[in-house]
Ligand binder design. Structure first.
Ligand SMILES: [Ca+2]
Ligand SMILES: [Ca+2]
Length: 256
C-alpha cells in the first residue's frame, strides 16, 4: 500500500492574522452552477466584530463566492459563528445549501430581560441568478428567432435580453412573461409561456433589439422565476408567426 495517493491542488490562507481561517470546513453541493461542488470555510475569529465569519469558496478554483459574518446586536450575540458547518440541497433545486452553527450563540429574551446561550443554527439556501432555454421555437424567414440572456438576472443590476428578428425587417412582436412554463400548440408553433405576468405587443426592429430591465435590490425577489417567449409576425413563417424558444429566468445573486 502506498501513501502517495493524494496530491496538493491548492493552498488557501486567511485574510487577517489571528482569524483562525480553516477552523471548520464543510463540503457543499454546487452553489454557483459551474458543475463543480463547492465548500465552506470558517474563520472562527473572523469578521469585523471578530465573532466568526464563513466563506463559500469555489471548489473549482477557491474563489470566494459569498461570505457572511457573525454579529452582536440587541437580540443576538454570536460567539463562535461557523464553529459547525454542513452542506446539502434541502429545497431540492439542485443548488447547494448551507447550515451554519454557533453552539455558544446567545439570544435576548425580552420577557425575562435575560440572555440565554441557546445556540443557533442558520440555514442558507443558495440562490444564484441564472437563466436557461427550454422548449422549441418555430422558424420564420431567417430561421427560429433568438432569445438570449446577455447576463445573469442578479439583484440590483440590469438584466439584458436579446431578441432576434426572424423576418429581418421591422415587425410586430408579442412578448410573453409568465409564472409557469406551458407547452400548448398554437398556429404551427408552441406557446411556452402563459404570459400571465406580463404580455405586450411591440415593434421589433429589423435587426432585433435588447430589452434591459433593472432588477431591484430586494432579497424577496431571490428564487422568483419567470418564463419568457416572443412571437413575431413573419410573412414567410408557415402560419405567418415565428416563435422563439422559451427562456427560464431565475432572479438571485450574481455569483462569480
Ligand atoms: Ca461550483
Ligand atoms: Ca438548494
Amino acid at each position: 500500500m502506498s501513501g502517495a495517493t493524494l496530491s496538493s491542488l491548492d493552498v488557501l490562507h486567511g485574510a487577517a492574522k489571528g482569524d483562525q481561517f480553516g477552523h471548520t470546513l464543510g463540503g457543499l453541493a454546487d452553489m454557483n452552477r459551474d458543475g463543480a461542488d463547492d465548500f465552506a470555510v470558517t474563520s472562527l475569529d473572523g469578521g469585523a466584530q471578530e465573532l466568526g465569519s464563513v466563506e463559500v469558496r469555489s471548489g473549482a478554483d477557491g474563489t470566494v463566492l459569498w461570505s457572511v459574518e457573525g454579529f452582536a446586536d440587541s437580540a443576538t450575540a454570536h460567539v463562535y459563528f461557523g464553529v459547525a458547518l454542513a452542506g446539502g440541497d434541502w429545497n431540492g433545486d439542485d443548488v447547494g445549501d448551507l447550515a451554519i452553527g454557533d453552539s455558544r450563540c446567545r439570544e435576548f429574551d425580552p420577557a425575562t430581560n435575560l440572555w440565554s446561550d441557546l445556540g443557533r443554527v442558520e440555514l442558507w439556501f443558495g440562490a444564484p441568478a441564472f437563466s436557461s432555454g427550454y422548449g422549441a421555437g418555430w422558424p420564420g424567414t431567417n430561421g427560429i428567432p433568438a432569445l438570449d440572456a446577455l447576463n445573469d438576472p442578479g439583484l440590483d443590476q440590469a438584466f439584458d435580453l436579446a431578441i432576434g428578428n426572424s423576418a429581418g425587417v421591422a415587425t410586430t412582436a408579442l412578448l410573453l412573461v409568465g409564472s409557469s412554463p406551458i407547452s400548448i400548440p398554437y398556429k404551427d408553433g408552441t406557446l411556452l409561456s402563459a404570459g400571465d405576468v406580463h404580455s405586450v405587443f411591440f415593434v421589433l426592429p429589423g435587426g432585433g433589439m435588447t430589452l434591459s430591465e433593472n432588477i431591484p435590490d430586494d432579497p424577496a425577489l431571490a428564487f422568483v422565476v419567470f418564463y419568457v417567449q416572443v412571437l413575431e409576425a413573419d410573412a414567410a413563417a408557415s402560419r405567418k408567426i415565428s416563435f422563439t424558444a422559451g427562456l427560464q429566468v431565475r432572479i438571485g445573486y450574481d455569483l462569480p
